[in-house]
Design a protein around this ligand. Sequence first.
Ligand code: MG
Length: 161
Amino acid sequence: MATNLRIGHGYDVHALDEGRPLILCGTEVPHEKGCIAHSDGDVAAHALADALLGAAALGDIGLHFPDTSAEFRGADSLMLLRRVVDMLSSRGYHTVNADITIVMQRPKLRPFIDDMRARLASVLDIGIDRISVKATTEERLGFTGSEKGVAAHAVALIESE
Ligand code: MG
């Protein structure tokens, strides 16, 4: 049986501001700043959604969930991710694995990584061993280093039979 493998990449950035919740991969991380966004600002979920859409050549989350739409104001980004997964599964695709890198100076994300992986694995309906979430800093350089914003990168491999 022929297997159709496709890879996708996603990248997202949100600015940080005081007094907002910091939601990453569906996990609320205690911090004095959170992402400014139309949705809940889950920059990592957005990068993953774009990687999945990119793998299927289905555009990007801005196309499917416009930030001008009242429907998506304050939206739970895992719900948006679920809708992306449904779009792919309706075309016969499931996720093989995904790897996400979150770039921010503070706080340390290590204590939250396994919870993030479990939440994403549940939405993608795959084993936690197929979801990687990593965190790094940019050594106090640039907008992440100055804590003005958060960046997230994602790659995802999808497969259809
Ligand atoms: Mg975004």
